[in-house]
Unconditional design. Sequence first.
Length: 227
Amino acid sequence: MLLCRFFQILLSLAMAASLVGLKAQAADPENGRSGGKLLLGSPGEKAQVSLFGVNAEGSKFVYVLDRSGSTDGKLMAAAKAEILASIENIDDVHQFQLVVYNERPKAFNPAGPGGQLAFGTDANRAEVKKFLSTIAADGGTDHEAALSLAIRMRPDVIFIMTDGDNPQLGAQQLARIDRIGPGIIFHTVQFGDGPQRGGRGWMGKLAQQSGGEYMYVDTTKLGAESK
């Protein structure tokens, strides 16, 4: 009887030590690392990205870039560079897409037609760089068509970069976007030539109604156009 009781005590002590070890592992800031390196792609964790100083987090992102004629020059070069820097922070379990538009929107499609979201792999980032190198500023503008395409991809966050040129989006169009894109956060980046004049317009309203952020970028302060 005493021997049996002794083994029961030993078993209890071993179980307690095991629980302590598990708790310490969970609290260890190095937990989830291999060789001191953070393992990317942990399910359930959100990616954190930034674009022209606007920060966002989520699992799925769509970047919408105005490529109409009025965005030519260093504006377009800066926007492309910001997109490439931003997607570096999207890992291989999170997804993104890129929509460029003038009168018509065009999606980056590494996985084939249909506007599927792409995972944040090195291969897909390389394809984005090649895709952007083929994009030049030209034509008119249809903001609503581009935003509608981005919404159909059902991301957590949409970034839209444009000079906000005509046609402006009115109250009915903004209400429609709010209706068909519930839960999506819209961050808006507006380019302008010189200090901001007037209000934030439809881009400010779009960001506000979704809980997003509006950013104005003075293009005269951007670096020289990339060659």
